[in-house]
Design a protein around this ligand. Structure first.
Ligand SMILES: Cc1cc2nc3c(=O)[nH]c(=O)nc-3n(C[C@H](O)[C@H](O)[C@H](O)COP(=O)(O)OP(=O)(O)OC[C@H]3O[C@@H](n4cnc5c(N)ncnc54)[C@H](O)[C@@H]3O)c2cc1C
Ligand SMILES: NC(=O)c1ccc[n+]([C@@H]2O[C@H](COP(=O)([O-])OP(=O)(O)OC[C@H]3O[C@@H](n4cnc5c(N)ncnc54)[C@H](O)[C@@H]3O)[C@@H](O)[C@H]2O)c1
Length: 458
């Protein structure tokens, strides 16, 4: 058992851990970054980047399919090979992180591949193929373990060769049919991609609607688009039993129906194994799904946590934002504290579902004096011109006493880009009266914001 004294140990090198470890190392601290899988975490190898390459391919097919309505004829033959090649060669280098390791080492950091565990206050033990290494960092332990796909306890499921996002992004070919269990952002992005590449796709969601934590208008809009694209959507039901026989999955649903397909994708959420991470050594709850942090990401004396595990939004930009704040705090110049009011989220379906701040329901439950506005994208000038693929809606949630926006949802082509105007408005608390005096270029999609703002005044 070797012992190392260092300034900081970062356990889990997801986007936040990588950013933070690099910052500390660049500042001159001796830093060890630990990851048992790939340096960079889920986002570059199994999540954001490869799935957005899939979305790009699927989007090109969808646009080609719109040609007959707009511009003549187009003959398109979907082929998964360019997508699979791009993911292997351009996104993940064959799921090899050597470039990321070299980039981190160039900052002065040391990378240790292995499973990190808190073994005492101020002590991290890393199990590597060569044996255990014990670190007692002088200044900081940072936890960035991210999340694993959650597999629900459905009778028969565990014995079947189902996919999670990790198998789906490695797929070299696609099945003829697919059931996607779970209609959060992960399930919906994959479902639409696969359907557009010709897979007969069925979505099963236990909540009453898809994207159930968002605005109902967004759920309705996406359900309509999916249905129009030939995707079958079951809501308010789950699977009580799964069987896999002769190359086919069959799911018996709670509703009494059954659905069957060549492949099953589990997209029912994420979790973190805090017991394996050993947070009990810090006096923290091992059965919890998140590590509570203060506004500077401090979880305990000398311990910071960043990323999905903090429960403040499972997005890469959240993890990197928190990493910046934690790094400043560790380096001793931490004036900035976390403010999540304008934390954006984008599901990269087509149309994109982009949102930030409070939904109407949450704003009312929190006791705000609420007024809302809803405007349909097809009724805007640009939406009408765009025609095929113009589905969507903008919904605003305003605090009438303070004359500011509390939340916004944009379902639209490039909805994530349109959302940026609201990110500024909510982040800086611009008065709605001031927003209404802005000039919105004609005929942009974001000009639909003006119509929505107009509904917020008498
Ligand atoms: C399919 C999919 C698509 C997504 N698309 C987007 C998107 O478009 N935009 C977006 O913003 N977000 C997206 N996300 C979410 C995004 O991937 C995560 O929020 C992001 O990766 C940040 O996670 P993190 O920093 O908490 O750590 P992660 O990226 O989860 O990385 C954590 C790392 O820590 C390692 N680790 C865990 N425990 C230990 C341990 N004990 N010892 C050593 N190493 C350990 C893990 O192996 C992993 O490498 C997507 C997620 C999924 C699943
Ligand atoms: N573009 C992005 O920023 C992006 C993309 C993908 C994921 N993410 C993040 O990753 C995280 C995970 O996303 P996700 O979609 O996997 O999880 P999620 O928790 O957002 O959604 C999971 C869905 O599965 C449903 N579900 C749970 N158990 C079920 C069951 N047994 N049967 C049927 N349905 C069931 C839930 O009701 C929920 O709607 C999210 O927090 C998300 O924000 C972000």
């Amino acid at each position: 058992m070797a012992e190392d004294e260092v300034d900081a140990v970062v356990v889990g090198m997801g986007p936040g851990g990588e950013e933070l470890a690099g910052r500390l190392a660049t500042a001159g601290l001796s830093v060890v970054g630990v990851d048992n899988r790939l340096l960079g975490g889920e986002c570059p190898y199994y999540a954001c980047i490869p799935t957005k390459m899939m979305v790009r391919g699927a989007g090109a097919l969808a646009e080609a399919g719109r040609v007959p309505l707009l511009a003549g004829t187009a003959s398109v033959q979907p082929d998964w090979t360019p997508v699979a090649d791009r993911i292997r060669d351009e996104a993940t280098s064959g799921w090899d992180d050597q470039a990321a390791v070299r980039r981190f080492e160039a900052t002065g950091g040391r990378f240790v591949r292995g499973l990190g565990r808190l073994t005492a206050p101020g002590e991290v033990t890393v199990a590597t193929p060569e044996g255990e290494r014990v670190f007692r960092p002088r200044r900081a332990i940072v936890l960035n373990p991210g999340t694993e796909p959650t597999v629900p306890p459905i009778d028969g499921l565990r014995d079947t060769p189902f996919w999670t996002n990790r198998e789906a992004v490695r797929a070299r070919s696609l099945p003829g049919s697919m059931v996607v269990l779970g209609a959060g952002p992960v399930g919906l992005e994959f479902a639409q991609v696969f359907a557009r590449f010709g897979v007969d796709t069925t979505v099963v969601e236990s909540a009453p609607r898809v994207l159930s934590v968002g605005e109902p208008e967004a759920s309705e809009s996406i359900t309509e688009v999916f249905t129009a694209e030939g995707i079958t959507v079951h809501t308010g039901t789950s699977a009580r039993r799964v069987r896999h026989r002769e190359g086919r999955f069959t799911l018996e649903l709670d509703s009494g129906e059954s659905v069957s397909a060549e492949q099953l994708l589990i997209a029912t959420g994420r979790h973190t194994d805090l017991a394996t991470l050993g947070v009990g050594a810090l006096g923290l709850e091992e059965n919890a799904n998140t590590i509570a942090v203060d506004e500077r990401m401090r979880a305990a004396e000398g311990v910071w946590a960043v990323g999905d595990v903090t429960g403040h939004g499972a997005y890469t930009h959240t993890s990197v934002y928190q990493a910046r704040i934690a790094a400043d705090d560790i380096l001793g110049d931490g004036a900035e504290t976390a403010d999540y009011r304008a934390m954006p989220a984008v599901a990269f379906t087509d149309p994109e579902v982009a949102s930030l701040g409070l939904t109407e329901d949450r704003a009312r439950r929190q006791g705000f004096p609420v007024r809302t506005a809803v405007t349909a994208i097809p009724s805007s000038a640009r939406g009408w011109i765009h025609k095929a693929g113009n589905e969507g809606v903008i919904k605003l949630v305003a605090d009438t006493d303070r004359d500011i926006l509390l939340g916004a949802t944009v379902v639209a082509p490039l909805g994530g880009e349109i959302l940026s105007a609201f990110t500024v408005a909510v982040h800086t608390q611009v008065h709605i009266a001031q927003l209404r005096r802005m000039i919105f270029a004609f005929p942009t999609f974001h000009r639909a914001i003006e119509a929505a703002l107009g509904q917020l005044v008498d």
